[in-house]
Design a protein around this ligand. Sequence first.
Ligand SMILES: CC(C)(COP(=O)(O)OP(=O)(O)OC[C@H]1O[C@@H](n2cnc3c(N)ncnc32)[C@H](O)[C@@H]1OP(=O)(O)O)[C@@H](O)C(=O)NCCC(=O)NCCS
Length: 168
Amino acid sequence: MLIRSEAPADILLIDALLKSVFETDAEANLVMRLRENGCRTLSLVACTDDGEVIGHAFFSPVTVAGQETNWQGLAPLAVREDHRHQGVGLALLAEAQATLADFDYPTVVVLGDPNYYQQAGYQPALKYGLTCSWPGTEEAFMVLEVVPGSVKQYQGLVEYCEEFNALA
Ligand SMILES: CC(C)(COP(=O)(O)OP(=O)(O)OC[C@H]1O[C@@H](n2cnc3c(N)ncnc32)[C@H](O)[C@@H]1OP(=O)(O)O)[C@@H](O)C(=O)NCCC(=O)NCCS
């Protein structure tokens, strides 16, 4: 397996992957819109040795309490069903963390299953005074400190790019 940055030829393959993994096309459409609108900070694909795209992770900027922060939101993360439970998702998260650190992106937030993301070092965001605008997500909203000490720099409401509003 190879993990690398998205190339133009991957765009339709990612679209197909997201449409197959999620119940609706919302995530696939979200990624298309974020990319078109210049909100792609990092888009990683996991590929088999034959070059098939079997996993994807996308990062876009977020603000905290209305401030520009360089913090990133992870969404979506997806692994093709027939390649799950082989460490592909965690490998994507580890590679993303290393790449974001290289470019000095200090912090990542994610809304997802805490049992899963804690394996990649994510912690409950509420512990650091961080919330997101979706109701009932106190436990599922998590944060990863990429650059040590960065999480404590901001508190308050984390807001994703406006393209996410179409998901609600
Ligand atoms: C969540 C997802 C990306 C995990 O991908 P994966 O490559 O199977 O994950 P990994 O193999 O790296 O996971 C390692 C461990 O995480 C845990 N884990 C895996 N999937 C999990 C899930 N959906 N929920 C909770 N824990 C999970 C398991 O302990 C797993 O170990 P195991 O294989 O020994 O049981 C994948 O299930 C997926 O694409 N799901 C549908 C889309 C989705 O829900 N994305 C997340 C949106 S926030």
